[in-house]
Design a protein around this ligand. Structure first.
Ligand code: 3H9
Length: 693
């Protein structure tokens, strides 16, 4: 007894063996952990003094799943199935003692134990779907045998972590034990199992719930139908559903074979590769080479927001949601009242949907103070300006803030395009100035571009990133350039969208391949949603662009019932003959002969210039790494996560192909278009963005 290997230990107390795993950070099922469990189980079973086994983990969590870093590498024994067999076929009862999260392979291992106990704060889940996978170690066959096929469908396709209490109510957990007393309680439970002579309960043998569902194939048809929109484009949810179907319709061992086959298909496909890449990319964003983790941060106890419009209001909500008081400044009482009214309505809607408690509406509203006096911001730790996107106005605001706000406070701009260095130059303290680019609606969208100016201090960067995390955002650190990462790349795509309609494609022709690719909508549908009149004014409009003409006709997008598309009362889009005519006139005026543009060309001319722009962004050091760009596009613009972001997608296409196509389309792409030297070099050397260090 004692240490089994570097990560596993077997202790014997009376007639109970305690097999404990200690493999930080999350006790993932690495080769060492798998070997530790199988060897530990063998020793426990071989030891005549041992009557029952407790499987428990050290550190912050029970086993959180297979070790994702081992995926794609040659497998090393023992396999996860051997681990599970060593537990399930043990002649002595095995009790899983769960704290933290039992996820994926971790829950699958727990499901092979004969009993499970958990502390109240523990959670269980099969989140493989988020990695483009399905639970591949029997989870899809065992889970429905306990919770029933309906709950299993929900769990495997959502990946949700269910709380211990719910798990107990459905029999997934046998007993909830006091917080902080897991080890002793699990031992006591094991003793109880022995004293009561309880059987070696094997989940695989529980057939009632799956057999009962055999007569109800509509469970699956209904589930697919209800979730069709949510699952669009993704392979993994459908594969997970098929496995639960197999659990219902096939004997256990057959079901396991089906699960294995579908798991391997997903594992070898691009979608899972993309989603696993995104898993690590999301964790990379917080790592900033020259701002180490121990960089001091500043306490942010009070925030000021300038502007109570859609943006300012949404930004303020983020802080109120985590209990930070916000002072909101407006220039007119009416605008302030309107802004606060909108926030209240948003909270009431959220409360109605059950996502916050009814009393939270008041608690959060009380954290928001409206004022017309900029001086009220004097003692804020962070002030975010969300006024009109105009350099002169922004500089004026920052000049004033410099005089009003206490020293040691962060002054942030929510600009989406403008030069943060120039904004900072309006103050005497540019090292305290940073860009915090929220995406609309700011209380919903997860992305936050944290824009580091030339002089921004490391403390300010570290504090901003920490704050992003605190308010639940995906914070990506970027440098200063026009439009930063997201909007700059969007600009490259928009330019081609415009060019293609002047060559004869209609907006719906351009939008369709992008929608089919998995984007929430194409560029023209997006313009209609945002409003065509952003930055447009009647006074200066000269009918010189398609957009101007549309605005002049009061076709300003969804809000006016028409833009590039026509909209019905439910805001369903239809191709518009009016737009078609306008475009045809412009094509003629430009002296172009309209041509049919293939979907492939539309897609390539939309996406490859973005990749090219992404490469320039890397060259200029605006983004730290290619995967940061991907995270921007996934979280800010709805790039389909199963395609891993534009830079990962470029790797799947092959950089050589991207460059060759950009050269082929070059003459049509406008005088300003140039190929990124970095992209060309990498293509020539056969490199991938993923391997960039
Ligand atoms: C699976 O189980 C397949 C099976 O069905 C079948 C197989 C045949 N592996 O998130 P954090 C790292 S698929 C390797 O910041 P938190 C992570 O990269 C798996 N590494 O902590 C990070 O590293 P670093 C199903 C992992 O406290 C560090 O741990 N399971 C794994 O915010 C801390 O992570 C899942 O999908 C892993 N499985 O959250 C669960 N997990 O510090 C995935 C984490 O170097 N994990 N790391 O950046 C999670 O959801 C969260 O990590 C968890 C902790 C909730 C556990």
């Amino acid at each position: 007894m004692g240490a089994i290997n570097a990560v596993a230990n077997l202790a014997v107390e009376g007639d109970i063996a305690i097999l404990s795993i200690n493999s930080p950070p999350v006790n993932a099922l690495s080769q060492a952990v798998r070997a530790g469990i199988t060897e530990g189980m063998k020793q426990a079973v071989d030891n005549a003094a041992v009557k029952a086994v407790v499987l428990i983990c050290e550190g912050k969590t029970f086993i959180a799943g297979a070790d994702i870093t081992e995926f794609g590498k040659p497998p090393q024994g023992p396999s996860l199935f051997e681990v599970e067999d060593s537990i399930e076929n043990s002649t002595k009862p095995v009790v899983a003692a769960i704290h933290g999260t039992a996820l994926g392979g971790g829950l699958e291992v727990a499901l092979c134990c004969h009993y499970r106990v958990a502390v109240p704060s523990a959670k269980c889940g099969l989140p493989e779907v988020h990695l483009g996978l399905l639970p591949g170690a029997g989870g899809t066959q065992r889970l429905p045998r306990i919770v029933g096929p309906e709950a299993a469908l929900d769990m495997v396709t959502s990946g949700k972590h269910v709380p211990a209490k719910w798990a107990q109510s459905v029999g997934l957990v046998d007993e909830i034990v006091p917080e902080g007393e897991l080890r002793a309680s699990a031992i006591a439970f094991a003793k109880k199992v022995l004293a009561e002579n309880r059987p070696l309960k094997k989940v695989r043998d529980l057939n009632d719930k799956v057999v009962a569902a055999r007569a109800k194939p509509e469970i699956f048809a209904d589930f697919r139908k209800a979730n069709a929109r949510k699952f669009r484009g993704f392979l993994a949810p459908e594969y997970n559903i098929r496995c639960i179907e197999a659990a219902v319709n096939q004997p256990f061992d057959e079901g396991i074979k089906t699960e294995r086959k579908l798991f391997m298909e997903l594992m070898n496909g691009t979608q899972s590769a993309a989603q696993r890449y995104v898993f690590f990319a999301e964790r990379q964003i917080w790592k900033i080479p020259d701002v180490p983790e121990d960089t001091p941060t500043l306490p942010v106890k009070k925030v000021g927001v300038i502007g109570a419009g859609t943006m300012g209001g949404g930004i303020s909500m983020n802080f109120a949601n985590v209990g930070i008081p916000v002072t909101i400044v407006e220039t007119k009482q009416e605008a302030l009242d309107r802004g606060l009214g909108v926030i209240r309505k948003n909270y009431e809607k959220t409360a109605k949907s059950g996502r916050i408690k009814p009393e939270d509406v008041e608690t959060r509203m009380q954290l928001l103070t409206g004022t017309l006096d900029l001086n009220a911001l004097a003692d804020c730790d962070l002030v975010i300006e969300a006024v009109f996107e105009n350099m002169e106005i922004k500089k004026e605001v920052f000049g004033k803030l410099d005089k009003i706000v206490k020293q040691g406070a962060i002054l942030a701009s929510n600009t989406s395009y403008l030069d943060v260095n120039e904004i900072a130059s309006a103050t005497q303290r540019p090292e305290w100035v940073i860009g915090l680019h929220f995406f609309s609606p700011a209380n919903v969208m997860r992305l936050l571009e944290v824009v580091r100016g030339k002089k921004t201090s490391k403390e300010v960067v570290a504090t901003s990133m920490q704050l992003a995390k605190k308010i639940g955002k995906v914070g990506v650190l970027v440098g200063v350039c026009h439009g930063f990462v997201g909007n700059r790349m969007l600009g490259a795509r928009q330019a081609q969208a415009q060019a293609m309609i002047l060559e004869g494609a209609m907006p719906w022709d351009v939008d369709k391949p992008l929608y089919d690719f998995g984007m929430p909508m194409g560029p023209f549908a997006m313009s209609d949603l945002a409003g065509l009149d952003i930055g447009w004014s009647k006074e200066t409009s000269k009918s010189s662009t398609i957009r101007e003409v549309l605005c002049e006709m009061d076709r300003r997008g969804q809000k006016t019932g028409a833009g590039f598309y026509d909209y019905d009362a439910e805001r369903n889009a239809k191709p518009s003959p009016v737009t078609e005519k306008i475009i045809q006139d412009f094509v003629k005026k430009a002296g172009n002969t309209p041509r049919q543009i293939s979907e492939a060309e539309i897609l390539e001319r939309s996406l490859y210039p973005m990749i090219n722009e992404g490469a320039k962004i890397l060259e200029e050091g605006i983004a730290i790494r290619p995967s940061d760009i991907d995270i921007v596009w996934i979280n800010g613009y709805g790039w389909p996560v199963y395609r891993g972001g534009p830079m990962f997608y470029a790797d799947t296409v092959g950089l050589k192909t991207v460059v060759a196509k950009l050269k082929e389309y070059g003459p049509k792409m406008g005088a300003d278009f140039t190929i990124s030297p970095l992209l060309e070099k990498m293509a020539a050397e056969g490199k991938r963005f993923q391997d960039m260090k």
